[in-house]
Design a protein around this ligand. Sequence first.
Ligand code: ATP
Ligand code: MG
Length: 400
Amino acid sequence: MEYDHILIRYGEIGLKGKNKNKFITRLQENIQYKLKDFPKIKVKRTQGRMFVLLNGQNPAPILERCRHIFGISSLSLAFKVENDVNKIEKATLSILENSKNTKSFKVAVKRANKNFPIPSQEMNHVLGSYLLKNTSNYAVDVHNPDLEIKVEIREEATYITTETVQGAGGLPVGTGGKTLLLLSGGIDSPVAGYLAMKRGVELEMIHFHSPPFTSERAKQKVLDLTKALTVYGKSINVHIIPFTKLQQEINRVIPNEYTMTVMRRVMLRISEIVCRNESILSMTTGENLGQVASQTMESMHTINEVTNYPILRPLIAMDKEEIIDIAKKINTYPISIRPYEDCCTIFIPKSPKTNPKREKVNDMEKHNDFSTFINEAVKNREVIHISDIDSVEEEMDRLL
Ligand code: ATP
Ligand code: MG
């Protein structure tokens, strides 16, 4: 018997009350989108589940794509049979006989279709006895079987599965609006973007670039990081902001230990304008409490003063090790650790203020509020469209 379906379980979105349909429709669209170059397959919905009909396609690459789609809690290869005891028996027998290294098994029936005449528990016995009677070298082990044969009896058919693969979890991208990710070339911000996407949020990127102090390579790194993140969603626009003049002006008029604070405030002001232009309702950063001078409580209090847009900080309470683990898992790590010049480190003093006061900074900005420079930077931004890729692994082979 050949597997003919992939069964998709979507866990959390099943709990969304009235919005449930919107979430499920988006998940179905996202799956269809990611599988668009497999023209033979179909993505179908039934009560509480989704299925990919394989129509003879090799399931391995399809399963691999689906593992990166947010909103899927788990996946299994499945056989579809009619709701007929005899056919179900024969299918389970074929699965058992074809499974390798199996000495013990267990049958777990779930009867979602109450019109099917045999209740779950009784059906477990029917199938278990049938399998024992028709084979000679297997034993039943309900606690620790080598093979668990799961039988889901549904309205339209019965689906039989064995192994379950963990899905990406989270919510379907596109159900949570859009955020503007402040993307540097570091390790943290791409991970923050990935975690925002995991909660169903689409990304648009903003990057502050200071040529000639930061090179084309630094910009390319940001584009490559963006490309790596498209695997979890669709194409992404990157706004490259020319930041040199602003940094020079800040350095000229602001006392040394406050330049970092003011520069961050300016970044947020520019980001807010871009958000407004693009109808984006929040920003996201890779900030992490206590990691560097700009990420103390006092710094955040003073930097955050310039905007009342929500700022998502998915990494705020994580340890660096946890962040690096995710960066490795999503393949952004090797791009992030390429050497590059950071616009911040070049202009930033050796010991920036870790507790800048709002009143003090407001006072400094009173006569130099940088508005003209800010508007010019926004006007001269370059918007680069990064189209999506199907597999991070493929792309990494090309990039590294
Ligand atoms: P990362 O690893 O993301 O660079 P970091 O720990 O180095 O983070 P900072 O350099 O203090 O921390 O930056 C904090 C956050 O500010 C970054 O996570 C990012 O969201 C944003 N940021 C910093 N520099 C830039 C930049 N040049 N362009 C866009 N966003 C930036
Ligand atoms: Mg950085």
